[in-house]
Design a protein around this ligand. Structure first.
Ligand SMILES: *[C@@H]1O[C@H](CO)[C@@H](O)[C@H](O)[C@H]1NC(C)=O
Length: 306
């Protein structure tokens, strides 16, 4: 099995200022801004030069197109991303969204799909337009010492979003966003989240689940030694009020500290974030064997205001 390791300690994107930085503009290596040409080789060239650089390096990607994912890994095995900062500069898009105009959806900063044996360590991700890190259909991933920062009012800027993955560990990380700190969507199993500090944001969520009639469940999730500071929710399970064969089982929320959290513990079986066109069935998602142990601290509300 081939082992690829990408060590990018000084790989800094876009406008970060360094004293002796080198810029690799993907256009100089043959990338085309026409929405048709495959610019893969240009990106690989820039990436390799940045990785080999002894000076701090910038990969410069000029504005173009509306990709759904800014940096995407697809079907990779044994990839390590170590250090570096990704700045997705989401502010203009958030402003567009809050103005009520029609805006693009925005790009997930780092998306890893159908991949195995992934390590992400000491990565900083700033101001994503959408999700900061997305793992989709991955097996065996470890995220450690990750730092994610976006303002509390930035829409849909989930820290780590997990879908259909198995064996994902998130350790010693700090996540401040405008949406979920970590969201665990359908089809995830064997998740381990430990020593994560969340806030601001919407807390650690299992869900949302139950949008589809046929939906894979969530199973075997441990969330332990987490701290929530000023978040909307602490530990949450959220399901749409729709018919679904989805499920949640074998979940442990253990040793959590809540500091001024609106809903420290919440199971919302009638999830409908903007209260628009809410489905009005009883949720079909079966929730079982959920353990809350040593969840302590302060709540910002007297009773749930969901
Ligand atoms: C549950 O997940 C953990 C990893 O988070 C794993 O070590 C353990 O074996 C899993 N348990 C079962 C019963 O699969």
């Amino acid at each position: 099995m081939k082992r690829i390791t990408l060590v990018v300690p000084l790989l800094v994107f876009l406008f970060f200022q360094y004293s002796s930085k080198v810029t690799y503009n993907v256009l100089s290596y043959g990338a085309k801004v026409n929405g048709r040409s495959d610019s893969k080789n240009a990106f690989l060239k820039a990436w390799n030069l940045a990785c080999a650089s002894t000076n701090p390096a910038i990969i410069y990607v000029p504005q173009a197109g509306n990709a759904q994912v800014w940096i995407k890994f697809y079907r990779v095995n044994h990839v390590t991303i170590s250090g570096g900062t990704l700045d997705d500069q989401g502010a203009p898009l958030w402003a567009c969204k809050s103005s009520g105009k029609t805006c693009p959806q925005g790009a997930t900063t780092l998306g890893i799909y159908h991949s195995q044996n992934i390590v992400i360590s000491k990565l900083r991700s700033l101001n994503s337009q959408m999700f900061h890190i997305l793992l989709y259909a991955c097996n065996n991933a470890r995220l450690e010492g990750v730092s994610i920062v976006a303002p509390g009012l930035s829409p849909n800027t989930d820290g780590i979003h997990l879908i259909s993955s198995t064996g994902v560990t998130v350790l010693n990380s700090k996540i401040s966003t405008g949406d979920d700190c970590i969201s665990i969507g359908p089809g995830n199993s064997n998740m381990w989240i430990e020593k994560v500090v969340c806030g601001p944001g919407h807390g650690i969520s299992i869900g949302s689940l139950g949008w589809e009639l046929q939906e894979p469940g969530v199973q075997n999730v441990t969330v332990k030694s987490t701290t929530f500071i000023g978040t909307q929710n602490g530990v949450r399970i959220k399901t749409w009020a729709r018919r679904s064969n989805g499920f949640v089982k074998d979940v442990v929320f253990q040793h959590s500290t809540m500091v001024n959290v609106q809903n420290p513990i919440i199971i919302d079986a009638n999830y409908c974030p903007n209260n628009e066109n809410c489905p009005n069935h009883v949720s079909g998602v079966k929730i079982s064997n959920v353990v809350y142990e040593d969840v302590h601290g302060t709540s910002a509300t007297r009773v749930s205001e969901v």
